[in-house]
Design a protein around this ligand. Structure first.
Ligand SMILES: Cc1ncc(COP(=O)(O)O)c(C=O)c1O
Ligand SMILES: N[C@@H](CCCC[NH3+])C(=O)O
Length: 447
């Protein structure tokens, strides 16, 4: 028998395809099981659209990063980039795995704090932090404030002086590398709103060395997201190490820490497999060691900030199929009860997904459908021309690899309510974010 999209179910094994959460299976009824639970029953119990995270999968991703990076280079700080999907439950899971956290707003910082995340393990990023956010970062004594520009540097210096504290900072720099990913998620190029160009960064280092209330520990770059090639990571690292050598030579500045950001790609489609985390780690750590030796630099502390690679595969999105619209000779739309308001990625980046039917995982996928959402835009398409078994109203469509950048980028477009989020683990499920209600929407509408 063949599962949707042609993945064979081995005799008796019935593992779900690779990009479902670890340990997901297909039961005798052809239903998807995640964390030991029937996905179709979860859809019934909690309603759809529904996002289901598997805690064990998140934990295994964290352990893989620790094994592959800290195993090779013990002075590694691994931080979850919260923008990928931050809520109290996920914050607690990654904290308990010994991860740090990267936040980009006062909101993310408050979520982390309310989950009891140790603030000295939090790095505060952002290209236009408000005064209130900088004050908050100082008040909560976050581990590092990653300073993006001169305007922020001077305000932060004054704030730290007023408080009589010495804050640990890093500078975000632009190594000017093209990571060959989607233009909208490319960030380390010269024409980027993020960070200092290298000559500006050199001026900023000279200034920071005179700031009595700021301690510059080193440099951060993040060149983009969903990067399949290893070479751009190496090019960015080499450029930064050469910049560190220049700062030592010209200013006597010794870099203690290098934050290499995130960007590791995950697999969304059967045919597009990125390098394993171990391959990224091996290449980065080897180059770090050899270039530091060549340039006469002491080995710095290394930070990495995986967002997508920590949580993307840990979750699926479940939708109920409604209308089916066959336009003869053109295409057949299967419409679901969610869409661009809970997952903007296909509309924004032309991101591709491989959906399945959670209630008929083992049926032969011999029909072609375009999965349309229910929002008032023709561009509200979740997946184009995908192979599925014959789809009927009431089927439960499942989108794997939905743990990163869907829920955090969701909206209330057309006054729809954001979906519920459930965490499963070893046969137990609990709501970690309740479904929004119209009352929630009306509460902020003051008339
Ligand atoms: C500073 C920083 N670190 C880490 C990340 C996480 O990226 P990714 O989810 O691709 O690992 C981002 C987002 O692109 C970022 O801006
Ligand atoms: N939101 C993007 C990733 C951006 C990463 C943050 N700079 C995505 O869904 O792929």
């Amino acid at each position: 028998m063949t599962a949707s999209c042609g993945i064979a179910i081995m005799g008796g094994m019935k593992n779900a395809p690779l990009f479902f959460p670890l340990g997901s299976t297909i039961d005798d009824n052809g239903h998807l099981r995640i964390g030991g639970l029937d996905a179709v029953e979860l859809a019934k119990e909690y309603g759809t659209p529904l996002y289901v995270f598997d805690e064990n999968d998140i934990r295994e991703r964290c352990r893989e990063f620790k094994r592959e990076f800290a195993g090779r280079y013990p002075a590694t700080h691994i931080a979850f980039a919260g923008k990928a999907c931050l809520n109290k439950a996920i914050a607690k899971v990654v904290a308990s795995e010994g991860f740090g956290l990267d936040v980009v707003s006062g909101g993310e910082l408050e979520i982390a704090r309310s989950a009891g995340f140790p603030t000295n393990q939090i790095y505060f990023h952002g290209n236009n932090k408000s005064d209130a956010e900088l004050e908050m970062a100082l008040e909560y004594k976050v581990g590092r404030i990653v300073v993006d520009n001169f305007y922020e540097l001077s305000r932060l210096d004054a704030m730290a002086a007023r408080r009589g504290v010495k804050a640990d900072i890093m500078f975000r720099i632009k190594p000017g590398i093209d990571p060959h990913t989607h233009a909208k998620i490319t960030t380390g190029n010269i024409d980027s709103k993020f960070g200092f160009g290298l000559d500006d960064a050199a001026d900023a280092v000279a200034r920071a060395m005179k700031c009595g209330n700021l301690k510059l520990t080193g440099f951060h770059y993040h060149i983009g997201s969903q990067i399949f090639e290893i070479q751009p990571f190496l090019d960015a690292l080499k450029t930064t190490l050469e910049f560190m050598a220049r700062m030592k030579r010209e200013l006597g500045f010794i870099t203690e820490e290098l934050d290499a950001g995130g960007g590791y790609a995950v697999q969304y489609l059967s045919g597009a497999q990125p390098p394993a985390i171990g391959e990224y780690a091996e290449a980065i750590v080897s180059l770090l060691r050899s270039e530091c030796h060549r340039l006469g630099l002491a080995l710095p502390k290394l930070s990495v900030e995986p967002g997508r690679a920590t949580v993307a595969r840990s979750a699926v999105a479940l939708y109920t199929v409604g209308a089916i619209k066959d336009i003869p000779g053109v295409r057949c739309y299967a419409c679901v009860d969610g869409g661009m308001a809970d997952n903007i990625r296909p509309a924004l980046y032309c991101s591709q997904y491989e959906p399945y039917l959670a209630n008929r995982m083992a049926d032969y996928a011999d029909q072609t459908y375009t999965i349309a959402g229910r929002f008032c835009e023709s561009g509200d398409i979740l997946a184009n021309d995908v192979k599925l078994p014959e789809v009927k109203p009431g089927d439960i469509l499942v989108m794997p690899v939905s743990g990163a950048y869907s829920i955090p980028m969701s909206s209330n477009y057309n006054a729809f309510c954001r979906p519920a989020v459930v965490m499963v683990k070893d046969g137990q499920a609990r709501i970690i974010k309740r479904r929004e209600t119209v009352e929630d929407l009306l509460r902020t509408d003051l008339g």
